[in-house]
Design a protein around this ligand. Structure first.
Ligand SMILES: *Cc1c(COP(=O)(O)O)cnc(C)c1O
Length: 390
């Protein structure tokens, strides 16, 4: 059996998204900036996609900027807030220890340019404390950027409350909602969000399309110069097929969310309960405040990489951390931030589900995993030492 359980890395494109995209390659292939009728047809389709995205975010169409994905939207948000802050002499930015590298690396760069960065703790449960945020906000704080849901351990942050606190203090609030979009409810107005990033390929849309939502009144600093696309804020001919696919996938995901989330969550819970039957296995991240499809465990005494390899041989696609960190030997910054030792962090396994998974696949994972764990532990000197230590 083949099981794809790596939906936090990317998802398959839905039929609805694919169907919406196809005419944009061969029929509606115009450049939305061209004044002729083929171009204007494309411009209409682009506007409709913008309205769809806005509607399902509680935003206005003029507040939606299309990007190449989540990484670009994160960079765009951080640079925009940094420039606004610098004009007022504010060069302090608050974020968390568990952000995606698109945020953390953008902040590292700003730090080298003289900005001061505070990264909040997330404790053992992987959740930020509002009191810590309140204590960290200073008169010179230019931006608070905190992800909605984490890509590795699935934990969900109290976004609305964070937004309210930022409003009260007059600080711009950005959230990387790449893992949340299409999976958790979003309303930028109700949740006090000033800026938000999302990416199509995390909710069954195509790769290479994303949104940077920026509340009206906040002047955007462009990071790509050229033509006047996206109100002059993001140059380059729009990736119309991908944008249209994103809008179709987002609409479907938002409309089907309550049902889909319940179904996926039931599979997740069955998987967590089953895996925790194994001795010396811990669940990483809060059990309740987590994405419907996220399972992240540490299997003590073994290497996550060997586990992944053997699962792959059995047809199961999983991850040991985020796709960007695998390939390097450093343990995930997220797992270290929730207090795991290097040794335990190395034995971590992420299984991320979607509505394309089914119960038979969950059963297959649950019957395949234990003998693999037993085999790896029987060969592991770390496991032997652990057992003797008891
Ligand atoms: C995937 C991901 C990104 C990057 O999005 P891309 O579209 O792949 O650039 C950013 N943040 C989070 C939380 C993600 O999961």
């Amino acid at each position: 059996m083949n099981v794809y359980a790596d939906n936090a890395a990317t998802t398959r494109v839905s039929e609805a998204a694919l169907e919406a995209m196809l005419p944009c390659f061969v029929e509606n292939y115009g450049n939305p900036s061209s004044p002729h009728h083929i171009g204007q047809k494309a411009a209409q389709i682009l506007l409709a996609a913008r309205q769809t995205m806005a509607e399902h975010l509680g935003a206005e169409a003029s507040e939606i900027l299309f990007t190449s994905g989540g990484s670009e939207a994160d960079n765009q948000a951080i640079i925009t807030a940094a420039v606004i802050g610098a004009r007022k002499g504010k060069k302090h930015i608050i974020s968390t220890k568990i952000e995606h590298h698109a945020v953390l690396h953008a902040l590292n760069k700003l730090e080298k340019e003289g900005y001061e960065i505070t990264l909040l703790d997330v404790y053992e449960d992987g959740i930020v404390r509002l009191s810590d945020l309140e204590a960290a906000i200073r008169p010179d704080t230019a931006l608070v950027t905190i992800m909605y849901a984490n890509n590795e351990i699935g934990t969900i942050q109290p976004i609305k409350e964070i937004g309210a606190l930022c409003r009260e203090k007059g600080v711009i609030f950005h959230t990387d909602a790449v893992q949340a979009a299409g999976h958790l409810p979003i309303n930028v107005k109700e949740q006090n969000i000033d800026m938000l990033s999302l990416s199509a390929h995390k909710f069954h849309g195509p790769k290479g399309a994303g949104v940077f939502f920026c509340r009206k009144g906040i002047p955007i600093t462009s990071i790509i110069e050229g033509g006047a696309q996206e109100r002059g804020k993001r140059a380059g001919t729009e990736n119309l097929p991908a944008i249209v696919g994103m809008a179709a996938a987002f609409k479907a995901a938002c409309e089907q969310m309550p049902d889909a989330a319940a179904r996926v969550q039931a599979m997740r819970d069955k998987l967590i309960d089953g895996i925790l039957q194994l001795p010396e296995v811990i669940l990483n991240g809060d059990r309740e405040k987590r994405l419907p499809g996220n399972v992240n465990v540490s299997v003590k005494g073994i290497e996550g990489e060997s586990l992944l390899l053997m699962l792959d041989q059995a047809g199961i696609c999983a991850s040991s951390g985020s796709a960007c960190t695998s390939g390097s030997l450093d343990p995930s910054h997220v797992l270290l931030a929730i207090g795991l030792t290097h040794e335990v962090a190395h034995g971590s396994l992420r299984l991320s589900l979607s509505e394309y998974n089914n119960d038979a696949e969950i059963d297959y994972i649950l019957s395949t995993l234990p003998p693999i764990v037993e085999r790896l532990r029987s060969m592991s000197p770390v496991w032997k030492k652990m057992k003797e230590g008891k």
